[in-house]
Design a binder for this molecule. Structure first.
Ligand code: F6R
Ligand code: ZN
Length: 187
């Protein structure tokens, strides 16, 4: 009997581009990110059809114990002085964690507990980010090039984009060619 070798999907580590697998793709534009950035006037003036990030996910089964794999490609850019970022979310099933792997570009991973404690991890090629359970997460591109990260998460985790309606406790801005992190006051 000949046992066939199965060719698995491939990812180019330097870019996060998948090949040899079926993909689901989603683009998020400036228009999709209303109320996400601090400067609403600057957001209004930006071309609304401009793509801020693309997510490419491998088709894989949904169910308890199953995993999803996806790459996020976050463009470099600013809305006002604030760096481009993903919307950010808690998982609907809060007890489900996730792992991010930095592939290319430079940025930050903003993490926030349910109690509102926020912290930042630097993302670059080779960085490994273990996102704990009960922790919201958002990627921020602080560099000049596309920031790409690979993510692996439980298919049942789901996404809750609403519980952070008041936003994350930290925002990251470009200031004098560097990075300035500001705490957000929620009254
Ligand atoms: C999956 C995950 C990532 C993000 C992606 C886009 O749980 O964390 O694949 O979904 O980086 O960010 P959001 O979903 O916040 O628009
Ligand atoms: Zn997630």
């Amino acid at each position: 009997m000949t046992i066939p070798f199965v060719t698995p999907p491939q990812v180019a580590w330097a870019s996060g581009i998948f090949s040899a697998g079926s993909l689901r793709c989603k683009s998020t534009t400036v228009a999709d990110l209303a109320d996400v950035f601090a400067d609403a006037d600057a957001w209004q003036k930006e071309a609304h059809e401009r793509v801020v990030y693309n997510v490419e996910m491998l088709e894989s089964p949904y169910g308890e114990g199953e995993l999803y794999v996806g790459a996020t490609h976050l463009s470099a850019g600013l809305i006002g002085d604030e760096f481009f970022m993903t919307r950010g979310h808690f998982h609907q099933r809060r007890e489900q964690g996730e792992v991010y792997f930095g592939l290319c570009g430079e940025g930050l991973l903003l993490l926030q507990s349910e109690q509102g404690e926020a912290w930042l991890e630097t993302v670059q090629s080779g960085s490994v980010h273990i996102i704990p359970a009960f922790t919201a997460h958002r990627l921020i591109n602080t560099g000049q090039n596309v920031l790409s990260a690979l993510a692996v998460w439980p298919s049942v985790a789901g996404h809750d984009y609403h519980s952070l309606a008041q936003g994350f406790a930290l925002r990251v801005f470009s200031a004098a060619g560097g990075i300035e992190v500001r705490e957000v006051r929620v009254d």
